[in-house]
Design a protein around this ligand. Sequence first.
Ligand code: NOJ
Length: 572
Amino acid sequence: MDTAVLSTGTATNSADPKAAPIAPSATDPLWWRSAVIYQIYIRSFADGNGDGTGDLAGVRSRLSYLRDLGVDAIWFTPWYKSPLADGGYDVEDYFGIDPSFGDLEQAEALIREALALGIRTIIDIVPNHISDQHPWFKAALASPPGSPERERFWFRPGRGTNGDEMPNHWVSNFQGDTWTRTTNPDGTPGEWYLHLFTPEQPDLNWNHPDVRTLHEDVLRFWFDRGVAGVRIDSAALLIKDPELPEVPEDAKPGEHPNVDRDEVHDVYRAWRAIADSYPGSRVLVGEVWMPDTERFAKYLREDEMHTAFNFDFMARPWDADQLRESIDSMLAAHAPVGAPSTWVLSNHDVTRPVTRYGREDTSFAFSTKRFHTPTDLALGMRRARAAALLSAALPGSLYVYQGDELGLPEAESIPLESLQDPMHFRSEGVDPGRDGCRVPLPWSGAEPPYGFTPEGASSAPWLPQPADWANLTVEAEAGNSGSMLSLYRTALSIRRSHPALGDGELTWLDGDGFGPESGVLAFSRGLGFVSVTNLSGAPVELPSYTRLLLASTPLEDGLLPSDSSAWLRTQH
Ligand code: NOJ
């Protein structure tokens, strides 16, 4: 993909006179099929104003870092005005930037500046729930049961004689209850409202036309400002069975009362039509956690989303057969709908790869996260390097979560009093929560704040950084050819220039002793490119090649060591 041809355009289809006339150029309408997308958790990327929280000014000052890393797009976790009860996934104003991050003018400038460097901007859209501080919810609380203001949400009387039993027993995605009881103006207990996440995130009622109109306006508002796509939060949860029945024990696909209901596809068809009305391929990327791959692929039909996160691959253990099964099944699921797969090793919700791959259980599950799990970080780093090359060689688009390109481990010694994640608190302290993968990035220097805040900053970073990250700063790694950053830079540069990488086909090299149960994942991409990942526990011979393009660990006597990947140029 030649990003040098990106330019700002003038197209906009908004009537909003304040909308900045910027649009990603239409020169490469299929950019999203091969793109490398870097996820920015804005609170923790770079702090421009010294208040200890990352912000738009910080990102703008580091855009050249992202250009040099070689990414095609950035995805921002929510940057909207928010009380931050769930890190911004509790939106108070979908049309405004949180003051701690900056303002709309800065966001527009950032979108433009990034685009000028060949980097498109994707933002998070949060449609399932809203902040309890949003004017709609405040109005609902101030209005009586049965009022139109309450119909935008799921308010219900309680069960039992005094209405003090919850309307049903749905379990929150953050553990615990999904219903909170309100208090009437006279102080008596009132109705209950539904929240699949925290009580500060009331669920919206997607049967209500206002809810649909609001989100369609949100899409237009940001597309008008030049965003190239949206990542759709909790995308399969929007529609609820209006009877709000208990979850049946043996719910068949499509029968769950709050997950993956068939009607949700109408929402995305409407959104796709809006995206397609803009020039330059504005993309819809779904956060769809779904074990049923056929149901998953339905979200990617040609009139719905463009891509969705491949969490199956992300959650698999470091095991050749498991990874191969995931790769095959995910590619097979995507094929009938013609959508490219995505490849994701982590994000702001899950354990950092360096830590996860250094454990006995290398799979990921929210339910098994625990404090004090023994970890071999050196082994984890070696495998994370191998996984970086493996995922970057697979067909489709690639997501890189900020800090993974530095090989940051999960920060596991954050003092309990500094933890902020509601997942931790709602588990009554059993789950360490997600703060450990959200620690502010180390840019330079030998001690915290490692250049995250500017010289003379008034505040420390919002989450404390470990004292032993001096070798993991951008500055330290940029000067070290053996660092994770150097590996990522080289890999992304090869990926960008190699015609076989990104979107396309994969062929397993099973004939060379690398087949199933060999512990080795070897495949070719197009003519002349082979990727080999060795999970066998012993060094292996490589297939014949004309040039070693890149290896995650140096070869030993010409053999690829265990827990390593190599990219090869081969004879056609
Ligand atoms: C998924 C997001 O990635 C996560 O961070 C958030 O807590 C939930 N959705 C709820 O919005």
